[in-house]
Design a protein around this ligand. Structure first.
Ligand code: NAP
Length: 317
């Protein structure tokens, strides 16, 4: 697919989420006129029959599957059954409906949690399945690995390389989840440092040693990379493909960037009695870079923009 007419029917599944909403912003900016969205109250994506009927009615040509059960370490720990069941259900119903109704291009998002806990760094796509993923997110990771193999199997049996799989590293940006119970590390830090500043706290204590290293990709960059793949990837590109920025930060470094953006002047302590998770999770994105794509949003600028969005929307969060 070398070009995308502006009236192409594109279904963004999960359009209210972090990455789905970034697709919507981009499509609006680029003047697309036929972007299909449906809230979960109208279309529960775990419902295979409803999803098939929706596809038969709307006939999307491009599907971006941004709907999933997503959450931080606590959510994953407390809801393992829901994480595996909902993710398997959503991806199977949407992939099957896409195949049955002749969708031309389909994008499934994996996650860096799919990689083995003890993985050579930076993590290359060839390391998938080389070991057991981190236990805390195993149900989510296994669902994502199943989604990957489902897509590859449909490509292998039915041809066309239609089912694309991208693995972005930790995403952030407007519309992120700022709920302390379910949020990921970066949005959790933004909320925590904001509350500390407003509450005139002299110090903040963060869980863990502060030494684990993580990579962060702005949702707008994930969208940009996805559209690059959709429009410019060679027809025989091997999936999955990593989407990263090629640089990681320790949690300590990240906390100090967030503190700086927010204007928190107190001290930052670490409580090492809490677990750290994987020591490092940096993606090797050289395959995507070799195709000609590079991230554009620098971390501090992206955090600043995300914090502005948080300030504008915090009443509703
Ligand atoms: N966030 C990350 O750091 C990250 C990193 C790598 C990969 N990914 C992957 O990228 C994709 C998008 O992630 P995200 O962070 O944008 O997720 P998100 O912000 O949590 O959004 C997920 C969306 O899915 C929708 N959804 C969930 N279950 C549904 C159901 N049964 N029926 C209909 N809609 C449903 C939610 O709807 P409601 O708005 O109604 O809740 C929400 O809009 C996911 O596949 C995720 O695994 C995310």
């Amino acid at each position: 697919m070398q070009q995308l007419p502006k009236d192409t029917p594109i279904f963004v599944a999960g359009h209210r989420g972090l990455i789905g909403s970034a697709f919507l912003r981009r499509f609006e900016k680029d003047g697309f006129t036929n972007v299909l969205t449906e809230g979960r109250e109208a279309l529960d994506l775990t419902d295979q029959r409803a999803v098939l009927e929706y596809f038969q009615l709307k006939r999307p040509k491009v599907v971006l599957l941004c709907a999933a059960r997503v959450g931080g370490i606590v959510e994953n720990r407390d809801h393992p059954a829901e994480f595996i069941t909902e993710n398997l259900d959503i991806q199977l119903s949407v992939i099957k409906a896409a195949y049955q109704t002749g969708v031309e291009k389909f994008l499934f998002f994996g996650s860096s949690c799919m990689y083995p806990r003890e993985c050579l760094q930076p993590m290359q796509e060839s390391s998938l399945f080389a070991g057991r993923p981190e236990d805390t997110s195993l149900p989510y990771a296994v669902a994502k690995l199943a989604g990957l193999i489902t897509c590859l199997s449909y490509n292998a049996q039915y041809g066309g390389n239609r089912f694309m799989v991208a693995i972005p590293n930790n995403a952030y940006g407007p519309n992120d989840d700022f709920d302390p119970k379910s949020s990921h590390v970066l949005s959790a830090l933004i909320r925590k440092f904001h509350d500390a500043k407003v509450g005139n706290q002299k110090s903040i204590t963060l869980w863990g040693t502060g030494t684990p290293r993580r990579e962060f990709v702005h949702a707008d960059d994930i969208v940009d990379a996805s559209l690059f793949l959709l429009l410019r990837a060679p027809a025989d590109l091997q999936y999955p493909i990593n989407i990263g920025v090629g640089e990681d930060y320790s949690i300590r470094e990240l906390a100090s960037i967030v503190a700086d953006v927010i204007g928190f002047g107190g001290t930052i302590e670490f409580d090492a009695s809490h677990p750290d998770g994987s020591p490092r999770k940096l993606l090797d994105s050289s395959r995507l870079e070799e195709l000609g794509w590079a991230a554009k949003i620098e971390l501090k600028a992206g955090i600043r923009e995300t914090y502005e969005w948080f300030l504008d929307n915090r009443e509703a969060l």
